[in-house]
Design a protein around this ligand. Structure first.
Ligand code: SAM
Length: 234
């Protein structure tokens, strides 16, 4: 079935760069910032062969950079858009890393990290809980689900979303709502951390983000959870 993002598989980064001009940042900066934040939140994983699922991976933005921060990670990506997956598979090393959403290959493993970035605002809200509940058994013991979303409380974020061509269908999700959905889907130890406070020009201030995580004015937030029901996971 044709999916909304199929038409952006070739020019996703260019369109995003254009939208992000207002912040003085770009796709590279935000993808790298996410990986830096992951490495800060989970330092024990940096040198471990963690199993990393990138759900809604797009055309491979994160994959291209993941080894710089998690050199031993076993990365798997999947996306609803077959065209995005095809594009990602064309990256060096991508053939064995990316799978279509309906493939059984990515569902047969469990993961230490299920990472979801900027996906759920494109998913009908009535679907959120179902998707989270389906992902939960794929989370290994002591694993984490880590979901990045735009913070609707931040005016610059709202402006960027409004101006972005591929965000026309976006419905932003308040952090508190996402937290409730995580809990209702069976995740435990659910936490919200606000992030993306500083543009590229102020990147020297990035280390301060760990002190600001409580402040609901960040451009984005991160929802983190664990699998409370360990029985189906390995
Ligand atoms: C804004 S892009 C983000 C891509 C990537 N995560 C990134 O940060 O570069 C949103 C992606 O979510 C995917 N998507 C939308 N609905 C989805 C769903 N129900 N399941 C999985 N992926 C979905 C789209 O196809 C698209 O590739």
């Amino acid at each position: 079935m044709q999916q909304e993002f199929d038409k952006y598989s070739k020019n996703y980064a260019a369109l995003l760069d254009d939208t992000l001009k207002i912040t003085g940042s770009d796709t590279e900066f935000f993808a790298t910032a996410k990986l830096k934040t992951l490495a800060r939140l989970f330092p024990d994983w940096v040198e471990k062969p963690i199993r990393f699922l990138d759900f809604g991976c797009g055309n491979g933005t994160l994959f291209k950079r993941v080894r710089r921060f998690f050199p031993k990670a076993h990365y798997t990506g999947t996306d609803l858009s077959d065209a995005m997956v095809k594009e990602a598979q064309s990256i060096e090393g991508g053939k064995d890393a990316f799978f279509q959403m309906d493939s059984e290959s990515w569902k047969q493993s469990t993961y230490d990290l299920i990472f979801i970035a900027n996906v759920f605002h494109h998913v009908p809200h009535t679907e959120h809980q179902r998707i989270l509940a389906e992902l939960r058994p794929l989370l290994a013991q002591n694993g984490r689900i880590v979901l990045w979303e735009h913070n609707p409380l931040n005016p610059l974020t709202r402006k960027i979303v409004q101006d972005c061509e591929f965000d026309k269908d976006a419905v932003l999700i308040p952090a508190k709502t996402m937290k409730r959905r995580f809990i209702a889907s069976g995740f435990s130890e659910v936490k919200i951390r606000y992030t993306t406070f500083f543009p590229k020009a102020l990147r020297v201030l990035l280390p301060l983000e760990s002190w600001l995580e409580w402040a609901p004015i960040g451009g984005q937030y991160i929802a983190i959870g664990q699998n409370s029901d360990q029985s189906p996971a390995t």
